[in-house]
Design a protein around this ligand. Sequence first.
Ligand SMILES: [Zn+2]
Length: 708
Amino acid sequence: MKFNIAFPFKRYFKTTERYFQRPPGLIANIMMKQKYFMAIILLFFVSSNGFGQETLKNTFQVDVAQVTEKLINKYGEENAERIVRGVRHLSDLWFEDNGSGTEFQEFCMKQFIPSGPLLDNALDIAGQQFSAINGYQRELSLALDYPLVTMTRPVTELDRLFSQSEINIDFYKSKLALGIALNFPYYTNEEKEAFGAGWSRKKWAMVRLGDKFDFRSNPDKEPDPLPLPDELRDYTSRYILSMDHVLSPDLEILFPEGTRLNSHNGLRDEIKGLYFRDNPLERQRAISTIVMHIIYQTIPECMIGETSYYWEPKANKVYLKEGDKFVTTGFETEADNRYKVLHHNMVSKMRQDSKYPAGSTYLTRTFENSQLSEEKIVSLLESVVNAPEKKKVASLIEKRIGRKLEPFDIWYTRFSDNKNYKLDELDQLLKEKYPTPMAFQQDIPNILKRIGFPEFEAEFLGNHVVVDPIPSGGHANPPQMKGAKAHLRIRFEKDGLNYKGYRVGMHEIGHTIQQNVGTYMTDYYLLKGIPSSPYTEAMADLIAYRSLVALGINPEYSAREKQDNALAAFWFVCEMGSEALHEIRVWHWLYDHPDATVEELKVATINIAKDIWNQYFAEIFGVKDVPILAIYNHFISGALYLHSYPIGNIVLMQLEEHFEGRDFATEMIRTGKIGKLTPDLWMIKATGEPLSSKPLLDATRNALGVYK
Ligand SMILES: [Zn+2]
């Protein structure tokens, strides 16, 4: 249920008129006494969707008005706001299969709980029971998914069937959702922003309970799935390039035997890693050229996946090896598969709009769910991407690499130049320290102590983490009830944890701290968590920043490291922020051109990427019309998620500034307890200020001053 003033106003007008005509005495009474009466009238008008079963809904208005009146008569005006809100919201969620209008009225009369001790008790019950529901559901899915997630034994078809056996509870059939909606009505994001600062923790817990059943989708409005050709399934995960078949313009093989890189992560990370190696430029340029061929879809199709061909990307020529010689051969290009997948993923999401009230789009829903408006996100990102510091950081990078910037240097990463250790030595040290997941798991309490957590908290939080090995990446699965543990999942090499895996592990430890504090230490179960995903990423990175302290290599998280991290965060927000702005603009473009073909979407995607490049990077890089910002896989997935990463770094620097000079562990635990308020309110409770890019810009200026 979201505000939609134009549409429901008409439908509810008649009903409301009737409501006012029926009990003139009561209304006049309320009018005089209720100071927020106008707000209630408004609420009545701005009721919501109730699409679908029009017949039921039309006769239903009378029941809504009647039962509202009866409840106010019975429970008094001190409950009027909740009654009007609750009955209205319930009427949106009440479908034909829930019963007639009379049954609706009976349900309201029976289930309504007046404010005070009875409602407080209901909140406690809901907290306990949702903890049980979420907790046991999570434990079960953890077990069912375990073989597929960890791959610790060969996965069978039966494993897949178990994993797909979802556990669903129909809260509408049991009417639990309806009882919650009536008593804990939903507030829009705008209302949370407007009133949230004045709400108590208890009121916030009630509001979050109401969020659980904010909207009921109508199965009749479910669009048919849009088919995707078999060969395009798993498109991005199968997009792996045989880099040992990539040639320089002099036809030299550029990468070691067996090098395989996926697009885009592998390609980008190789460019980043090469800054730490000797003579990286030719290989970085080759990868950058490959990235462009993928974006323009001029990549030879025969070079995707395992191949016997060789490729010189600069001239875009394909070769076969005959004896010692490379012989040119013809090839087909990729045929826009990338944009077929993008088009499919975006259009599939747009078709879901039919389930939601008029005016709801994938764009509006995404930003509503993140509780950060599109305007706010765009203005935060632009405040960094447009900052004058960008030019200065660019000059600093040029000084360090000893040449003019090239477009792939948006991924420059070597801001920290700690000479105390070498990567190979760190790998060796870590493999000896953590040969198995269990060795890492058992050391987590000690890791926490080394980064400053007191004995009890370190033992408690550290002992509520289980470490599972996974084939790649990293994540942390949160405990959903007391007694459960966080599951931290990272990759272990055959001979143990390397430094890259350990850094990911430290980041995931950060997630588990926030998760365990939420589950075990927050006052209201329904408030546990964090407002929005960038916030949890920021808290995880605060722990990752202390990776060398946790190893005992550095005595403390030094001012030097902070400066390096600020520069890295700034450059990252410039890069990823531009990619996020690109993604948002492409989404708007497709909503403006809903019948666009794959070819038109491709042209628009590339043109928008060039526009953004020209706007933010052309001047400092000295080159125009580069579409490199369109390479991300997340973008191809249509997830509209990219903004979370740069916003996460903006949050990170704001927390870092606040933590400066304060006790790190105390602040980590305190902020972990704040829970699911709005993002701005959370930040005010955490740091005293609303979310802002100022701390990032200040820290960047400070670091630039040091490196001048
Ligand atoms: Zn994370």
